[in-house]
Design a protein around this ligand. Sequence first.
Ligand SMILES: [Zn+2]
Length: 66
Amino acid sequence: MTTSRRHSNSRRDSRRKNNKRVMAASLVRCSNCGAMRISHRVCSECGYYNGKPVVAKKVKEKQTAK
Ligand SMILES: [Zn+2]
């Protein structure tokens, strides 16, 4: 049993890379704080997921005034 060599390796790698890029680009806006976050992941800014606090927010506050 031999593997198919119809497509070059570079083409295969390119296709694989393109698929990864699509996965990484699936950003959505956080419904809690409005920051861009990766979909189906806990928000890195506020720690909320699906409207609920999943990860306790770090105590560190930004010094910048609103
Ligand atoms: Zn958030």
